[in-house]
Structures are given as structure tokens and as C-alpha cells.
Design a binder for this molecule. Structure first.
Ligand SMILES: [Fe+2]
Ligand SMILES: [Fe+2]
Length: 488
């Protein structure tokens, strides 16, 4: 949906939900800190609060953040996916420069797909490894899940079909008239190459690539890619970078070169957010609430559009570090012990390590100071008063607002009065900015209502992935699978 259409829809929904009485309600709930609202300024306030936030991240930043997050979840799988992606792009670039072939492959799509083709493997149900920790033994079902995940939740809607050709004769893609067979051949050939090279710590020897290996690979995947890799110039270039781990830095650059439009980038960002769901559903819900509460509060504080977008984006990042926290602590239904609380607090530092080098200091400071308090009692740095900017104070209030008003594994959703009492208590202890909190109190209902209306903007339909997966998981034959996908 385009932003303009989304805005009209949000306005219609808002009118329906609040009706004309909403503005009266705003006046009634005003506690005198806000200026009296006349018709003109109330229109202005509504306009401000209806602002549709935008992410300030580029596709490359999202992709690199996602890689770091996936590394926290399963370093073995992301390691292989990243090496595969590096190898695939190197072969693609080499073929292009040397005019070796007419590739029907888009470089942007290749980078995205080769980093994400094992995305299903981060779901705990698919974390199956063989005795040697080899990812090639992952079941066909993991690749089906990966395909559905990318089809429904990422900008790779059509191209993701390539993943279905895992361990499948490459000529089948032509037979089934899939235009994405080359992606499959290139990516899966590179995956096999990397698995083979890993056995010898990425040092190339002819013995690693036995005739059996070559014949097998050529039978399954278009041999042109393996033949290109085996050209000494390219073999040497690829193995050198894989061996010294420079491939990861080069992949950062490849990811930063990805050019897709804003809608596609936002879709990728949502996918990153939903990757958190592999570990913790309540964390996804909390991030979404916090991002919209922060947007509302930013507009109440009359922040500019770009400042509001920064707060919104930082809110999406703020709890990324929770991906490195043990699931038992993250989803604990009871109170945490002191030791567990100490570990939980590390999510801020871990998150900062993930995003600072990618998104820059301003966004990182907003995201990583959400547990700091004005009186210096917060963490991780115990910053005080003026050391905390308005954007940082807003995110810290939005974070607590979400924690109190949303249901968690360890508590129900708190009603308005209780939420306000707790937050007022925190103001009295000089933890929160009193002016911002007064504004939040005055517009409590509107903040909640707007957030519910906006929530779909960041919500992804995981149900579609699950439903399709249940429908397709037992179909083993690729032709039947294609029939079921395209005609089902
Ligand atoms: Fe947090
Ligand atoms: Fe949080």
C-alpha cells in the first residue's frame, strides 16, 4: 500500500474509532500543561499525531543489521550463508566483467537471496544439524519454510522460488518454466563449494574437489558456475578472502550496494523485525508498540518529521540485543533472579554492539539509552539529566509505556490508572521527564488509539507462512509442489 493511501485509510479508521467527540475528549483530558486547544490547533495536533513515520535506514543497513541479528541466533548457519553469498557475488561479478555469459540474474536480488536463503533455519524447529554440524543436511522442509517466509514477508516475493530447487536437477526449473533456476544453481553451487572448502579451513586443494564432487554438483546445478569457480584466477581470489575472513567485510560492501526502493526496504525491515519472532513473539509485539508510542510522543513534543523518523527507527532497534539473551530469561513467566536480571540488562550493550557501526552514533544513542534515567540510576551508563536528549527521553518513556500497558509473559496489561500511577511515581523519583509525561497523560487515549490504528503498518502476516507451510510440507515432488503453489 502506498503511504498516501495508508494515510487516508488511517484517517478514516481514526474518525470511525474516535468520531467527532475525540477532540472534545482531548480537551477534557488536558491537565492544563498543554495549551488550550482551539479548532485550528486541534486540527494541527491531529495532523501531527497522524504522521506516518518512516524508517531512516537504507537497504544495506537493514541487511547488515539482519546479518548481525541472525549471527546471535545461529552463528553456524549465518556463517555459511554469508560465505555462500560472498562466493556467489564474486562469481557473478567475474562472469559479468569477463563477459563470460548472459546471466538472467539481478545483482541486488542475488545479494538478498544468497544472504537469506536459509532464513528458516533460525526457527528453532529447523535447527537440525548432522554430526559434523553440516547445514547441507537440513531437511527439504527448512528450505520450503525459508521460501514461504521470503515470499510472504520480504521484497523477494517471486525470486524466492529459486530456493525450492535445493538438491533438484537444475533442468527441472526450465521444465517448470521458472525464470529463477539460475539463482538456484549459482547459490546452491556456492553453498556446496563453501561446505567443501570449510573441511580444509578454506584452503583450496584439488583433492577437495574430487571428480565425484564435481560430477554430483554438475548434475544437480548448472555446471557453468562450478566451472567458473574452478578457473584458477577466481578460485584463488575467492579462497584467499574466505580464508582470511575478509569475505565478511566485502559482503558488508555488497550489502551496502543493494539498491531497492523505499517500499521494498521497509518490507525488508519488517522481515528483520519478524525474525525476532523466531526467538520471542512478545519482543516483536513490544518493539512494534514502542515504535508507535514513541512516534506519538515525538509528535506531542513537536519534533520535526525527520527527528520523529529517527525516534521511530531507533525504537525498532532498541531491543535487538535481546536476541543474545537466553530464551528462558527472555520469556520467563516469573520474576527474574538478580543474576538473570543482570544478564537481561546486557541486552542494551549487546544491541549497541550490533547496530552502532551500521547506523551511526545518533540513532545508536537514542536506541541504547532507553534504560537510562534522569537521576542517573539507569543503565548501562548511569547518564543524568542534560546528558539525555529529548529523543532519548521520549524512547525511554515509550518503552516503559509499552511495558506497562501491553501484556507480557510475567504480567497482564495494566489499565490506564495503574499505568499513570506507576509513571507518576517514576517522575516523582526524577527518573522521567515530567513535561513529556504530562503530555502523555493528557493524550493517553489518543496515543493508545493511534497505535492500534498504525499497528498494521509494521505487522506481518506470519499466519500465511504457517498456513502455506502446513498445506505444502508433505509434497515431495517438485512438480507437484509447483502445481500446488501456483494453482493452490
Ligand atoms: Fe530494553
Ligand atoms: Fe524495550
Amino acid at each position: 500500500m502506498k503511504q498516501s493511501e495508508e494515510k487516508i485509510e488511517i484517517e478514516e479508521l481514526l474518525n470511525e474509532l474516535l468520531g467527532d467527540e475525540s477532540l472534545e475528549a482531548q480537551r477534557d483530558t488536558s491537565i492544563g500543561i498543554l495549551e488550550p486547544i482551539d479548532d485550528e490547533s486541534s486540527d494541527e495536533l491531529m495532523k501531527q499525531l497522524l504522521y506516518i513515520p518512516k524508517s531512516t535506514l537504507t537497504a544495506g543497513q537493514v541487511l547488515n543489521l539482519l546479518r548481525r541479528m541472525l549471527r546471535e541466533m545461529n552463528p553456524v548457519y549465518i556463517d555459511l550463508a554469508e560465505r555462500t553469498a560472498f562466493c556467489a557475488v564474486k562469481i557473478y561479478d567475474y562472469a559479468r566483467v569477463k563477459n563470460k555469459m548472459n546471466l538472467n540474474i539481478d545483482r541486488n536480488a542475488l545479494i538478498l537471496l544468497s544472504v537469506l536463503f536459509t532464513i528458516g533455519s533460525y526457527k528453532p524447529e529447523f535447527n537440525m544439524k548432522d554430526d559434523n554440524d553440516e547445514v547441507h543436511s537440513c531437511p527439504r522442509k527448512m528450505f520450503l519454510y525459508s521460501y514461504l517466509y521470503l515470499k510472504h514477508l520480504s521484497p523477494l516475493k517471486d525470486i524466492a522460488e529459486a530456493i525450492l530447487f535445493y538438491n533438484c536437477d537444475w533442468k527441472k526449473a526450465k521444465e517448470l518454466q521458472s525464470p529463477y533456476g539460475e539463482y538456484a544453481s549459482l547459490i546452491f553451487t556456492c553453498m556446496r563449494i563453501c561446505i567443501q572448502l570449510r573441511k580444509n579451513h578454506y584452503v583450496y586443494t584439488k583433492r577437495l574437489f574430487t571428480q565425484d564432487f564435481i560430477d554430483n554438483c554438475r548434475k544437480l546445478y548448472d555446471p557453468v558456475f562450478l566451472d567458473l569457480f574452478l578457473e584458477p584466477e577466481l578460485t584463488q581470489a575467492i579462497t584467499k578472502e574466505l580464508k582470511n575472513n575478509n569475505s565478511f567485510y566485502l559482503l558488508d560492501e555488497y550489502c551496502n550496494s543493494v539498491q531497492i526502493d523505499y517500499e521494498e526496504t521497509f518490507s525488508l525491515l519488517k522481515m528483520m523485525l519478524y525474525a525476532v519472532d523466531f526467538i520471542s513473539t512478545s519482543t516483536v509485539t513490544h518493539i512494534i508498540s514502542t515504535a508507535f508510542y514513541a512516534t506519538e510522543i515525538a509528535k506531542l513534543e513537536k519534533l520535526t518529521d525527520s527527528e520523529t523518523d529517527e525516534v521511530f527507527t531507533a525504537a525498532i532497534l532498541h531491543d535487538m540485543g535481546k536476541m543474545s539473551i537466553d530464551i528462558e530469561i527472555l520469556e520467563s513467566a516469573g520474576c527474574l533472579t538478580d543474576e538473570q536480571m543482570q544478564k537481561m540488562r546486557e541486552h542494551v550493550k549487546k544491541g549497541d554492539e550490533m547496530y552502532r557501526g551500521i547506523v551511526g552514533n545518533k540513532l545508536s544513542d537514542i536506541a541504547s539509552r532507553h534504560h537510562e534515567n534522569l537521576d542517573g540510576s539507569g543503565y548501562p551508563h548511569g547518564l543524568k539529566g542534560d546528558e539525555l536528549t529529548t529523543q532519548q527521553r521520549i524512547l525511554s518513556i515509550a518503552d516503559v509505556f509499552s511495558a506497562l500497558t501491553d501484556a507480557r509473559t510475567y504480567k497482564p496489561s495494566y489499565p490506564k490508572e495503574k499505568t499513570i500511577n506507576i509513571m507518576e511515581d517514576m517522575v516523582s523519583k526524577n527518573k522521567f521527564d515530567p513535561v513529556i509525561l504530562n503530555h502523555v497523560k493528557a493524550q493517553y487515549d489518543l496515543i493508545k488509539a493511534h497505535t492500534e490504528i498504525r499497528r498494521p503498518m509494521l505487522t506481518a502476516n506470519l499466519g500465511l507462512v504457517v498456513l502455506d507451510y502446513m498445506r505444502l510440507e508433505d509434497i515431495e515432488d517438485i512438480s507437484d509442489l509447483f502445481e500446488a503453489i501456483h494453482n493452490g
